[in-house]
Design a protein around this ligand. Structure first.
Ligand SMILES: Nc1ncnc2c1ncn2[C@@H]1O[C@H](COP(=O)(O)OP(=O)(O)O)[C@@H](O)[C@H]1O
Ligand SMILES: [Mg+2]
Length: 346
């Protein structure tokens, strides 16, 4: 028996708009209590998938199961889902309490129970004193917390969040990420989170679904996506990466005098992808590719060094701050790589 409970199963979902755009063959299982992020550039189809799960869009084909039951025929209000949008959609003329109580009244919950539920959820989103305020008296971040609280109150089997923090400033966005993680830990809620921000995806997700032009490129944990991007596209999209053109010879991939194993059996040529933290700098000629230091930027505890390689363009290296103390732009250095990921030439 399968011990992992699948809370949401999207199966072979396709949706094409009259323009020809849309999503193709999206399949994805989300486990109970898991936070899965749909990540990709604007227009890649994230919202289309999310709205299909929520029932706001009818897919052309495929199925959507929640707790093992197809919800395809149910309208949004009958689905065990709830959606948080980038725009908070609070009623401006109603207090926070009334905004929150509204959905529960419709569900015919008793007055005393509503009061208790609203109190509890306001504590959970860290706004215990907001009950009598109007949305206009709250900051953007606070309004988004109320919108989140409103969704939490409905106790959905799956919570859907469509770029909920992208209207907030950077500092607040960071805080909200942490809080969402804490709320998830406290409630055990299953979430599908949408963002175009790879850093946000890496920081909050149990697993990430990387999308490109309406299709899934890779589904994996943040660590795995970062360490083993399955395609050149994912390698380019996630984190900072250097790319060098390699040559296949004697079963190895070479770039200048550096040799790496050809584990993916590439032929002809290939790309080497190297994280900036995997670039080694030295002043010993036999150790690598010759280059000239272009610029050194100290970014807190580490520095980003850009290096003009003689034959391969500019690459970036992350170095501990101490290691760049004696380094100056114009210095001649040699570069090696701790780890490379290879991709076929496209
Ligand atoms: N109602 C619509 N009619 C026609 N095309 C649409 C519609 N909604 C979205 N699209 C197109 O479908 C693609 C995917 O859109 P969307 O799912 O909103 O992407 P994302 O959320 O990743 O930015 C885009 O090219 C978009 O322009
Ligand atoms: Mg979108």
């Amino acid at each position: 028996m399968n011990m992992v409970q699948i809370q949401l199963s999207v199966q072979q979902l396709s949706k094409r708009y009259h323009t020809g755009e849309g999503v193709t063959s999206i399949s994805l299982d989300v486990r109970k209590g898991e936070l899965v992020t749909l990540l990709g550039p604007s227009g890649c189809g994230k919202t289309t998938v999310l709205r299909s799960i929520g029932g706001f869009l009818e897919p052309d084909s495929g199925d959507i199961l929640i707790e093992g039951v197809s919800v395809l025929k149910s309208p949004p209000e009958k689905r065990p889902t709830s959606m948080v949008f980038q725009s908070y959609n609070l009623w401006p003329h109603m207090t926070v309490f009334d905004n929150l109580a509204f959905g529960l009244k419709i569900r015919k919950m008793k007055k005393a129970d509503i009061r208790k539920a609203v109190e509890d959820v306001l504590k959970l989103v860290r706004l215990p004193d907001a009950e009598n305020k109007y949305p206009g008296q709250l900051s953007g971040g606070q309004q988004q917390r109320i919108a989140l609280a409103r969704s939490l109150l409905l106790k959905p089997a799956v919570l859907l969040l469509d770029e909920p923090f992208s209207a907030l400033d950077a500092k607040l966005r960071h805080e909200m990420r942490e809080e969402l993680r804490e709320i998830q830990a406290e409630t055990g809620l299953t979430m599908v989170f949408v963002t175009h921000d790879q850093e946000e995806a890496l920081s909050i997700s149990d697993r990430i679904v990387v999308m490109n032009h309406g299709k899934i490129e890779q589904i994996a944990s943040p660590q795995e996506i970062y360490d083993q991007p399955s395609s050149l596209y994912v390698a380019q999209f996630i984190g900072k990466m250097n790319f060098l053109k390699g040559v296949i010879s004697e079963g190895q991939v070479t770039v200048g005098k550096l040799r790496f194993s050809n584990s993916k059996s590439l032929s002809g040529g290939g790309w080497l992808a190297i994280r900036p933290e995997d670039v080694i700098m030295s002043n010993q000629e036999e150790e690598g590719l010759p280059g000239i230091v272009k610029q050194i930027m100290v970014l807190g505890h580490y520095a980003e060094v850009s290096i003009q390689l003689q034959e391969y363009g500019v690459i970036r290296a992350f170095q501990p701050r101490d290691a760049v103390k004696e380094l100056h732009s114009g210095d001649r250095i040699y570069v090696g790589f701790k780890k490379v990921i290879t991709y076929p030439e496209v």
